[in-house]
Design a binder for this molecule. Structure first.
Ligand code: PNS
Length: 161
């Protein structure tokens, strides 16, 4: 069994992310989900504590998974938890372009490697960005996030309530 780090902003955590966690837990046995800041998304729609709580609730049924907020660099979080590698999910070729550059950069500066898992095709269209948009406008996001967070997510983001 090895520990791996799955970093992301998870703003919010959705069924595609859960699929990656489940695959990583099956492959490696132990997964630390690192809730992090993405400098390309400066503010974040949900506060960090709420994102962590939603990830915890969404992965509660998966054995060998823990969830923590980490400041700073993903490679430092990976070293802090003694992770074998970073795990990322790939939905589309566009994801690959972004992730490949990050993976090479992370390896160049730290020696920490990245392993990709392919997202289950049924979830390949799911994105946090559209979930935020739909929830903010009072739409139904229940098919894209874990049932345990639908209520809190909708109340946190809905601008029409
Ligand atoms: O879910 P996201 O927003 O695609 O996740 C991006 C994230 C948080 C994994 C990425 O922005 C990240 O690794 N942030 C931590 C800061 C860091 O390590 N920057 C160097 C990247 S090469």
């Amino acid at each position: 069994m090895s520990t791996v780090l799955y970093p992301g902003s998870f703003d919010p955590f959705h069924v595609g992310h859960l699929d990656v966690v489940e695959q990583a837990a099956t492959l490696f046995g132990s997964v630390v989900v690192a809730v992090m800041h993405n400098p390309d998304k400066p503010s974040g729609a949900l506060p960090m504590e709420q994102r962590v709580a939603m990830v915890k609730s969404s992965v509660a049924h998966v054995k060998g998974v823990s969830v923590e907020a980490f400041p700073g660099l993903a490679v430092d979080a990976a070293r802090a938890v003694k992770a074998l590698c970073i795990v990322k999910g790939l939905r589309t070729p566009a994801d690959f372009e972004v992730e490949q550059q990050m993976a090479h950069t992370n390896f160049a500066v730290s020696g920490v490697r990245t392993v990709y898992v392919p997202c289950t095709p049924a979830f390949s269209f799911v994105s946090s960005r559209y979930i935020r948009d739909i929830a903010a406008n009072g739409g139904d996001v229940s098919s894209m996030v874990h049932p345990s967070i639908v209520h809190d997510l909708t109340s946190a983001l809905n601008r029409r309530k």
